[in-house]
Design a protein around this ligand. Structure first.
Ligand code: HEM
Length: 366
């Protein structure tokens, strides 16, 4: 597609964009809206929870919610989260046996971001299974049932929002906010408890489901590139390069959606207003025009910024936290194990077009 039809209109209408330069330009094009045409209130005046997510806002609502959610990351804020990440990594890595076959998804790559997100949002550990189930349902909605996501039928998002609205009510009554929610009282004042609670649900989903797959995809590629693993063992400062190269080569978020506000032209093609435009970030990040030999996992890769966290006004707010989780997990694993090898039938990839990641990854650690 990237070579022959980098802007391709499918028979069902949606437009797919795959070339790096085009995807990158679309991400900052203000004529492409984040608000779906079906967005807003339905005929009875109700809005579904997903309609209130920061990712699908423009203008004042976007600025207000974004300011509140990114407050913990401002300045040196992210370093305050480091002890939480370090504690989760240390606990889970030290629990694993010194040698043997381990499903690293269950043991670390899902467990670390889950533990971190619970801690920073003030979710009791015993509620994690609920969060996991909601996350899995939302992942599925954002796959093929994308249009349904904005209807009131997306019950996982509604249930999860009710949970977080209640949690927020309790936290406000106690008067003490967990680290990721310090900006929430101001948001409640400006936009009300429902919008604020729905956006904590969004933060809970966006803040861990993506990182889970960054970590898993990173371990997968490192075990399939033994020379890179050795390079990392002799120079642990390369840990962050491993995170960046994974984000490029196996981007956890594969597609980002936009809707043109009016008819636009993209690479010589006319796209109608309101048409769904799908930016295939995973394809852009493997564009050979930008990244030489793009299917090679290369810790020394020079060059351009990958698009895994998006770009422009909606660029990911949690990048520093995700990178920190990747780096600290890798450093702890390098410290504890000399070798990490694939096993026969080791990997099971998820079946999902939005989120790229592993359900299971059995590795031999020693
Ligand atoms: C590897 C991990 C992650 C990846 C690949 C990722 C990817 C992305 C991408 C591609 C966007 C832009 C969406 C768009 O333009 O429509 C985004 C937005 C966002 N991300 Fe992340 N993310 C990750 C981790 C996190 C974490 C850890 C948090 C929070 C703790 C977070 C919170 C958000 C929020 C709130 C937005 C919406 C920003 C806005 O619309 O203004 N993400 N992320």
């Amino acid at each position: 597609m990237r070579g022959e039809a980098p802007v391709w209109q499918a028979p069902w209408g949606d437009v797919y964009v795959t070339k790096y330069d085009l995807v990158s330009a679309c991400l900052v094009n203000r004529q492409l809206s984040h608000v779906p045409p079906s967005g807003g209130a339905d005929t009875s005046g109700q809005r579904s929870a997903i309609n209130d997510w920061l990712m699908y806002q423009e203008g004042h609502a976007h600025t207000t919610i974004r300011q509140a959610l990114q407050r913990p990351f401002a300045g040196k804020g992210v370093s305050a989260l480091a002890p939480v990440v370090a504690e989760a990594v240390e606990l889970l890595v030290s629990r694993a046996a010194f040698s043997g076959t381990v499903d690293v998804v269950a043991a670390f790559t899902r467990a670390v971001p889950e533990r971190v997100i619970c801690r920073v949002l003030g979710v009791p550990a015993e509620d994690m299974p609920m969060l996991r189930a909601w996350s899995a349902s939302i992942r599925a909605i954002l796959d093929t049932g994308f249009d349904d996501a904005f209807g009131l039928g997306a019950s996982a998002a509604e249930e999860m929002s009710i949970y977080f609205i209640e949690l927020l009510r309790e936290l406000l009554a106690q008067g003490e906010m967990p680290p990721l929610l310090v900006g929430l009282p101001a948001l409640v004042e400006e936009m009300g408890l429902t919008v604020a609670g729905r956006n904590i649900a969004f933060l809970a989903f966006a803040g861990h489901e993506t990182t889970v797959h960054l970590l898993g995809n990173m371990l997968f590629h490192l075990t399939h590139a033994p020379a890179q693993w050795e390079a990392l063992r002799s120079n642990r400062h390369l840990a962050l390069n491993a995170v960046t190269e994974t984000l490029r080569m196996e981007s956890p978020v594969q597609k980002i959606c936009r809707w043109p506000l009016q008819q636009i032209e993209l690479d010589g093609r006319e796209i109608a207003a309101g048409q769904l435009v799908v930016l295939l970030v995973g394809a852009a990040n493997r564009d050979p025009a930008q990244f030489a030999d793009p299917a090679r996992f290369d810790l020394a890769r020079p060059g351009r910024q990958n698009l895994a966290f998006g770009r422009g006004a909606h660029v990911c707010i949690g990048r520093a936290l995700a990178e920190m989780e990747g780096k600290l997990l890798l450093e702890a694993m390098l410290q504890r194990w000399k070798s990490m090898e694939p096993t026969a039938d080791e990997a099971k990839w998820m079946d999902n077009s939005s989120i790229r990641g592993l359900e299971r990854l059995a590795l031999r650690l020693g």
